[in-house]
Design a protein around this ligand. Structure first.
Ligand SMILES: Nc1ncnc2c1ncn2[C@@H]1O[C@H](COP(=O)(O)OP(=O)(O)O)[C@@H](O)[C@H]1O
Ligand SMILES: [Mg+2]
Length: 251
């Protein structure tokens, strides 16, 4: 199994500190981990820092995988290239490799990732003709086609309808379970987080407020600290935890 730990990780833009000594114990692979926090808390910055696009003090520790097995899907992915969905996924598969020869197993990997994310019917469509949600699903397939063992996805469900959100999160869970990969997802819907993510890392103003099993992390106190919202976790008629929002906390 792969794990990812943070040891006093910092990052800045210019002279402004965005992440300050962000630390967490090893995040386990094989399950989904949510990265939660208010707008501008530093989630995207933490992803860029882990992916090596930003420097800074402190270190990111991977065990069971190396940095070339890491894939990062940014929050906004432009897709203006005149390529079909199928071609774009081949391109993602071959990126960073020396040659362009396609083996049978390459085509099999593309077909498998299209099937996994229910995109086979879109394979021959042109990227610029896709809807926002379709584009987001294609980005996810591009991110996973190489079989990465460390996956960072920045708000991967933000453009998806309810059915697609469910489907994509189920497929990501299955991928994690099959491969043991560490999968860190920035998500805003805390009910989605409770249903799908075994682990949660909570960021506030560039500091890690909590990291651990989701139901232990998402307490009313933590949610108040993160978002300034009063909320309760209760059990629904089927015994599953659900988050109920009562309103803004008193200043
Ligand atoms: N390229 C950049 N240059 C300067 N400041 C940035 C840049 N990107 C983000 N920031 C600032 O860093 C802070 C954290 O941003 P970000 O990591 O995008 O937050 P989140 O993803 O949690 O919403 C914000 O205050 C934002 O304005
Ligand atoms: Mg962001």
């Amino acid at each position: 199994m792969v794990t990812l730990a943070l040891d006093r990780v910092s990052a800045r833009y210019g002279r402004r500190d965005i992440l300050s000594d962000a630390s967490c114990p090893p995040i386990p692979g094989g399950v989904l981990t949510a990265l939660v926090g208010a707008n501008a808390a530093g989630k995207s910055t933490l992803f860029r820092r882990i992916a090596g696009q930003l420097g800074g003090r402190g270190s990111v520790h991977l065990s069971g995988a190396t940095l070339d097995e890491l894939r990062y899907m940014p929050q906004d992915t432009a897709m203006n290239a005149a390529l079909t969905v199928y071609e774009s996924i081949i391109l993602a598969l071959k990126q960073g490799e020396g040659g362009w020869r396609l083996a049978a197993q390459d085509l099999a990997a593309v077909d498998a990732v299209l099937a996994r994310f229910d995109l086979s019917a879109l394979a021959q469509r042109q990227l610029p003709e896709l809807s926002g949600g379709q584009r987001q699903a294609v980005s996810i397939a591009q991110t996973l086609v190489t079989g990465p063992r460390v996956v960072l996805m920045d708000e991967p469900t933000s453009a998806l309808d309810l059915y697609r959100q469910y489907e994509v999160l189920e497929a990501l869970r299955a991928y994690a379970a099959e491969t043991g990969a560490v999968i860190l997802l920035a998500l805003h819907d805390l009910n989605q987080v409770m249903r799908n993510c075994a682990t949660t890392l909570a960021l506030s103003s560039g500091h890690v407020l909590a990291c651990g099993p989701t139901l232990e992390v998402l307490t009313p106190d933590l949610i108040r600290n993160l978002y300034g919202i009063e909320a309760r976790v209760e059990r629904c008629s089927r015994g599953e935890p659900v988050l109920i929002v009562d309103g803004p906390s008193a200043a």
